[in-house]
Design a protein around this ligand. Structure first.
Ligand SMILES: Cc1cc2nc3c(=O)[nH]c(=O)nc-3n(C[C@H](O)[C@H](O)[C@H](O)COP(=O)(O)OP(=O)(O)OC[C@H]3O[C@@H](n4cnc5c(N)ncnc54)[C@H](O)[C@@H]3O)c2cc1C
Length: 467
C-alpha cells in the first residue's frame, strides 16, 4: 500500500519510512483521492498500536492516525509497563524494546505531615527472571514510538501530526473519520477509537459521556535526571535493577489520590495524581502538591541534586466498571483509556490498553472474514474482554471507587494515625507496653470512633476489594 494518503505522498508501508510527515502536507503536495481502508485506528498509544499490529499481521489494511509529531510525543504514564501483554504480542521478546529498568522491588509508603513514613515493601527474585512475569519502567515517548514502528513493520500505515476531528456516520453506522487536513475524510469498514481518556470523538458521537471530575484523576509528573550510580545507591538497587514506590497520605495532602517514584536508567519519574474534583474543591494546585511531596523528609534525599528535565500532566479514567461505556457498535470499537479500561488499584492501564487493542484487532479480523462489521459481529470484542482479566478484574473492584471516595479518612486520618502508632510502639521511653496499648485504644477511639467503626470499615473494605 503506497500512493496518496490523506493528501500526502506515501511510500509503500513495508518500508520503515512509511510514517508520513506533516511537512509534506505543508508543502501542499497532493490532493486527496477517496481513500478506503479495512480499519482506521485513531491514536497510536499502546491500545492503538496493539490493535494495528494485530490487524496488520492478519493482512487487514490498516491506517493509524496520530495527532502527535510521533507516536508517544505527548503521552504520559507513571510508568510501569507489565511485560505479560507485550509478550502475548511478541512471544520471542524483542531485544530492542526500549525499557528502562526491570522492577525488582515495590514499596508503598504512608506519609504524614510530621515527616514520618511507614514503609511496606516486597522484593521478588521472580521479578528479575525476565518476561513475561515482570514489570519494567518505561518512558512513553520512547516506548510508544517503538511500538508503533512494530505495527508499521507489520504493514499498518501511520500518519502523524493529524487530528481526527469527527467520526463520519451513515445513519448510526460509523463509516470513517474526518481529519483536520484539507479534504481529510477517510473511509473504512471499522474505526477503532484509541484516542485515550481525552477522546473528543466518543462523547461528540454520543458513544460515551464526558466523564465528570469525580471520575477522572489529574496527574502531574516530573522526570528528574540523576547519574545511574546515584539512583542505585539511593534506592539500594543492584546494577540495572529498578524500584517503584507508591506514596499515600501527606504525599497528596490528603486528596483522593497517590504519589509515585519510579527509577529509570538515568532519571527518576515522580508525580502525584488525585481525583480532579478534589483540586477544585480544596483549591489545591497539582504542582504545589508535587513540590510538597518532594519536600517530605522521606523523599527529599531521593531527588536531591537532580536536574528536572520534563513536566507533564494527564488525566486518568478512574470510574472503573460502573462507568464503562458500550465498547462496540455498528462500524466502531473503543479500546484502552477511551473506554475507561484502567485498574487503578493495581496501577494497571497500559497493559489493559494493549490487551484490549489486541482483542479488538482479533474481532476485526473475524469480522473481515465474515464481511460483517455490524454491531452484532463486533460484539465479539466485548465477549473477549469479558473472558479476559480486563473485565473480570474491573468487575471484581466495581465497588472500590465509591468505597474510597466515601472513606476519605484513608487518605488523611489513617496514614497519620498509623505513623503515630508505629512511632509510639518503637519509641523506648520508659512507658510500659500496657500504657502504650491504652494510649493506642484512646487514639483509635478518638480518630476512628472506636473498634466498632474500624470493624465496619474493615467489612466495607472486604466487600469492595475481596467479594
Ligand atoms: C500519570 C499517569 C501515570 C500512569 N501510570 C501507569 C503505570 O505506571 N502503569 C500503567 O500500566 N498505566 C499507567 N497509567 C495509565 C496508562 O498510561 C494508560 O492507561 C494508557 O496510556 C492508555 O493507553 P491508550 O493507548 O488507551 O491511550 P493513550 O496512551 O492516551 O494514547 C492515545 C493516543 O491517541 C492520540 N490522540 C488522541 N486524540 C486524537 C485525535 N483526535 N486524533 C489523532 N490522535 C489522537 C494521542 O496523541 C495518543 O497518542 C498512567 C497514566 C497516567 C496519566
Amino acid at each position: 500500500m503506497g500512493g496518496k494518503v490523506l493528501g500526502l505522498n506515501c511510500p509503500p508501508v513495508t518500508e520503515s519510512t512509511s510514517r508520513v510527515p506533516v511537512a509534506e502536507a505543508r508543502r501542499g503536495y497532493l490532493r486527496m483521492a477517496v481513500e478506503r481502508y479495512d480499519a482506521i485506528v485513531v491514536g497510536a498509544g499502546p491500545a492503538g498500536s496493539a490493535a494495528a499490529l494485530t490487524m496488520a499481521r492478519a493482512g487487514v489494511k490498516v491506517l493509524v492516525i496520530e495527532r502527535g509529531d510521533f507516536a508517544g510525543a505527548k503521552n504520559v504514564m507513571g510508568g510501569v509497563l507489565y511485560s505479560r501483554q507485550l509478550a502475548d504480542l511478541f512471544p520471542a521478546w524483542p531485544k530492542d524494546v526500549p525499557v528502562e529498568r526491570p522492577v525488582t522491588r515495590q514499596e508503598m509508603w504512608l506519609l504524614d505531615e510530621s515527616g514520618s513514613a511507614l514503609r511496606v515493601g516486597h522484593q521478588s527474585a521472580r521479578w528479575g527472571e525476565g518476561p513475561p512475569h515482570m514489570a519494567y519502567t518505561v518512558l512513553r515517548s520512547r516506548f510508544d514510538r517503538w511500538f508503533a514502528a512494530q505495527a508499521e513493520a507489520a504493514g499498518a500505515l501511520l500518519v502523524t501530526e493529524t487530528v481526527v476531528e469527527d467520526l463520519l456516520k451513515e445513519g448510526d453506522r460509523v463509516v470513517g473519520v474526518r481529519t483536520g487536513r484539507p479534504d481529510g475524510d477517510v473511509f473504512a469498514d471499522v474505526v477503532i477509537l484509541a484516542d485515550g481518556v481525552n477522546s473528543i470523538l466518543a462523547p461528540k458521537a454520543g458513544l460515551r459521556p464526558e466523564w465528570p471530575p469525580e471520575k477522572v484523576a489529574l496527574a502531574v509528573k516530573e522526570i528528574i535526571v540523576l547519574p545511574r550510580e546515584k539512583i542505585e545507591d539511593r534506592f539500594n538497587l543492584e546494577d540495572g535493577q529498578g524500584a517503584t514506590i507508591e506514596l499515600v497520605g501527606d504525599a497528596t495532602r490528603g486528596t483522593f489520590g497517590m504519589g509515585w517514584i519510579y527509577t529509570n536508567r538515568d532519571s527518576i519519574s515522580l508525580g502525584i495524581g488525585s481525583i480532579l474534583a478534589d483540586f477544585v474543591k480544596l483549591q489545591l494546585k497539582p504542582y504545589d502538591i508535587l513540590e510538597h511531596m518532594k519536600a517530605h523528609p522521606a523523599v527529599r534525599k531521593l531527588v536531591q541534586g537532580g536536574e528536572p528535565k520534563e513536566y507533564m500532566a494527564h488525566l486518568i479514567p478512574e470510574g472503573g466498571f460502573e462507568s464503562l461505556p458500550r465498547v462496540y457498535g455498528d462500524g466502531y470499537l473503543m479500546v484502552g483509556d477511551t473506554a475507561g479500561l484502567v485498574n487503578v488499584i493495581h496501577r494497571e492501564g497500559s497493559n489493559l490498553a494493549m490487551k484490549s487493542g489486541e482483542l479488538a484487532g482479533q474481532a476485526v479480523v473475524e469480522a473481515k472474514e465474515r464481511g460483517d462489521f455490524s454491531s452484532r459481529a463486533l460484539r465479539r470484542y466485548h465477549e473477549r474482554l469479558a473472558e479476559s482479566f480486563i473485565l473480570q478484574d474491573l468487575k471484581k473492584y466495581r465497588r472500590v471507587p465509591e468505597f474510597l471516595n466515601r472513606h476519605r479518612e484513608l487518605f488523611t486520618t489513617y496514614p497519620a494515625l498509623l505513623n503515630r502508632v508505629v512511632t509510639e510502639l518503637f519509641t523506648v521511653d520508659g512507658k510500659s507496653i500496657k500504657e502504650k496499648e491504652a494510649w493506642l485504644v484512646g487514639e483509635v477511639r478518638r480518630e476512628v470512633g472506636g473498634w466498632g467503626s474500624l470493624a465496619r470499615l474493615g467489612w466495607e473494605a472486604y466487600r469492595a476489594f475481596v467479594r
